[in-house]
Design a protein around this ligand. Structure first.
Ligand SMILES: [Mg+2]
Ligand SMILES: [Zn+2]
Length: 193
């Protein structure tokens, strides 16, 4: 039995797009994030966060800071009844200034490394799963791994709004708040070939 899942981008999807985040801030999550995640969870979907954090490679935040923010995110969501199965981030960037993190990485979206690894680890049925994000890179990562994909108009969305024009396999929503009903209406749909 493989499980359907939602792979969620972090910045601009769950939380305000504020550039590199070095520490947890109350009010960072969008007000609709927890109710939306509760709905997705109630639909039987595993929830994952997959996020590019090239600010680590650029020396703007440390990996420890990113991981502290993620521990807090897990705890805040858990306290509200939302269980994230896992959070994965890619700290790499080919033009990074921190040598340890300066490289092209297949996990960096639009690469699908994080999605595929999570799918293997958690026995996810990618064809019944979704990638949700506010950036073209999110959409590519999902489609490449074989999920459905939904581009949001939050975060970078205004910049990318027209990007998905002409791509019939990409769904769109204003924010994460619209995603549960979108998925509920599409759940028998297979990934377009
Ligand atoms: Mg984003
Ligand atoms: Zn990486």
């Amino acid at each position: 039995m493989s499980w359907p899942a939602v792979f969620l981008d972090r910045d601009g999807t769950l939380a305000a797009e504020r550039g590199p985040v070095a520490a947890w801030e109350d009010g960072w999550l969008y007000p609709y994030t927890i109710p939306s995640l509760l709905q997705l969870q109630a639909m039987g979907l595993l929830l994952f966060v997959v996020t590019n954090q090239a600010a680590v490679a650029k020396g703007v935040v440390t990996a420890v800071q990113v991981e502290c923010v993620h521990r807090r995110l897990l705890a805040v969501l858990e306290g509200a009844g939302v269980h994230l199965a896992a959070i994965r981030y890619c700290p790499h960037h080919p033009n990074g200034t921190v040598p340890r993190y300066r490289r092209a990485c297949p996990n960096r979206k639009p690469g699908d490394g994080m999605v595929r690894q999570l799918a293997r680890t958690f026995d996810v049925d990618l064809g019944r799963s979704w990638m949700v994000g506010d950036h073209a890179a999110d959409i590519w990562a999902g489609l490449s791994a074989g999920t459905h994909a939904c581009l949001l108009a939050s975060g970078h969305g205004p910049t990318w709004r027209d990007w998905a024009e002409g791509m019939p396999s990409v769904h769109r929503a204003s924010t994460l708040a619209d995603v549960p009903s979108l998925i509920a209406g599409q759940k028998n749909l297979r990934t377009p070939q």
